[in-house]
Design a protein around this ligand. Structure first.
Ligand code: HAM
Length: 429
């Protein structure tokens, strides 16, 4: 008896479910290649301190959601809850001076101890993109467009892009001073969680889901009123460029994002077609992160797309898979070894082949070929094996007698001609 269950919030993905994942991932990788964004891979496990310093102690992610444990040498380790801090660490370790401008992407599992629901898991997956070293507003626009176009390329509909500017550190400090005064004056009206945040990390109060607090926050001082003229100019130029490029966006002055490292631009892309977990993509600028983590001052901006949410939204065209091109049916011990030999040869062609190794009757093997929608079958029965040959036929549930040929096992040229004529030029994806 198998009593092993998945850990809550983790899932297995089976081959039929992975068709969609692989198609979506392929589109993403292709688009990133076209945009000259290069892949980076960092470990899934890091020192806990990295995330505390990088993401911020007062954030939900760090204070409530991390998978943290001591290893055998009593070092505190954490399964990465996101990728930006790890990328920053990796780049600092390698040295930024030799690589001042980098466009990077990563894709893989992240871990957050949250309450699982549709579109929210404890092990989930992100595609992240980080533009390192770029500070002009053009890079903000570039990254927003990249995220927007990736989602559109996948056929997603009903998307909404929201943007905000969080200003720089000084703008934020000025805002926080006046926000604190307001919070202290209204503290008894806030929910308990938000009250606790007043002294720790007041900006995080904007992350609250509490309806009364959200209503009250509408009357609070607004970050936008504290942006310096330079920050405002920067923000305006981004909005102008987005308008010129006809990217539809909405300004959301309460959009502060749940991680501490953001400065200036913050943005999210949500979908009406998702339930409560509507954010498919979130990102923003983080000009101080690398310096705060011990590197040289390096401006940067990026985003991450939640792949589970993307899978919920991607359309049926992403569930199509390539059919088997050649299914090899065989019976009897001599034909089995000839079939294996042929199957190895066929792997030299750009074809999807499958050798039947079930040992079932010929008619069962035909049925399997039918179930797979195989485009052609090779048959090596005992007669064919005795004559050292095989039959190859077009197959669409029924065998097309006109398109069949008997070919000696070692006549690779005739096999290739038949495949070229009947399959290769017409491969279905
Ligand atoms: P984030 O907003 O925390 O940002 O996560 C980005 C996306 O990951 C979310 O919009 C959502 O689609 C997905 N996501 C987050 N948590 C879960 C979960 N528990 N289950 C399923 N999906 C989830 C970041 O992580 C930043 N590192 C993004 C970034 C990159 N900013 C700059 N560069």
């Amino acid at each position: 008896m198998n009593n092993f269950k998945n850990l809550r919030g983790t899932v297995d993905l089976y081959p039929d479910q992975l068709i969609k994942w692989q198609n979506v991932e392929n589109v993403l990788r292709d688009q990133l290649l076209r945009a000259s964004v290069k892949e980076i891979r960092t470990p899934i496990i890091e020192m806990t301190e990295l995330f505390i310093r990088g993401i911020g102690e007062g954030t939900d992610v760090v204070s409530k959601e991390m998978y943290t444990f001591n290893d055998r040498a009593e070092r505190s380790c954490t399964l990465r809850p996101e990728g930006t801090a790890s990328v920053a660490r990796a780049l600092i370790n390698r040295g930024l001076r030799a690589y001042p401008f980098q466009k990077l992407w990563y894709m893989g599992p992240m871990f957050r101890y949250e309450r699982p629901q549709a579109g929210r898991q404890r092990q989930f997956h992100q595609l992240g993109v980080e533009f390192i070293g770029y500070d002009s507003p053009r890079s903000d626009v570039e990254i927003i467009i990249l995220a927007w176009d990736l989602l559109n390329k996948l056929g997603l509909k009903n998307l909404k892009l929201e943007i905000n500017s969080l200003g720089d550190i000084d703008d934020r400090r000025n805002f926080e001073t006046s926000f604190l005064v307001w919070l202290k004056g209204n503290s008894e009206l806030l929910d308990l969680d938000s009250q606790k945040r007043i002294d720790k990390n007041p900006l995080r109060i904007f992350d609250t889901k509490n309806k009364d607090t959200l209503k009250l926050l509408k009357k609070a001082p607004k970050l936008k009123d504290f942006l310096s003229s330079a920050s405002l100019k920067r923000y305006s130029s981004i909005k102008d460029k987005l308008e010129a490029l006809k990217i539809p966006f909405f300004e959301n002055h309460n959009l502060v994002r749940g991680l501490d490292y953001y400065t200036h631009t913050a943005f999210e892309i949500t979908s009406n077609d998702l339930g409560s977990q509507a954010t498919v993509c979130g990102g923003g600028r983080y000009d101080n992160l690398i310096e705060n983590m011990g590197g040289e001052k390096t401006p940067a901006i990026g985003f991450a797309i939640g792949l589970e949410r993307l899978m919920l939204l991607a359309g049926d065209e992403m569930t199509k898979s390539r059919n088997t091109d050649v299914y090899i049916i065989n019976s009897g011990s001599k034909s089995e070894s000839l079939a294996m030999h042929l199957s190895r040869k066929l792997k030299n062609f750009d074809l999807l082949t499958e050798l039947d190794i079930s040992g079932a009757t010929l008619s069962k093997q035909f049925k399997k070929a039918n179930r797979l929608n195989a485009r052609s079958v090779i048959i090596i029965g005992e007669d064919e094996a005795d004559k050292n040959e095989f039959i190859i036929k077009l197959f669409n549930g029924k065998v097309d007698e006109n398109k069949q040929e008997v070919i000696p096992i070692d006549n690779e040229k005739r096999l290739k001609n038949w495949l070229d004529e009947n399959l290769t030029l017409k491969i279905n994806y």
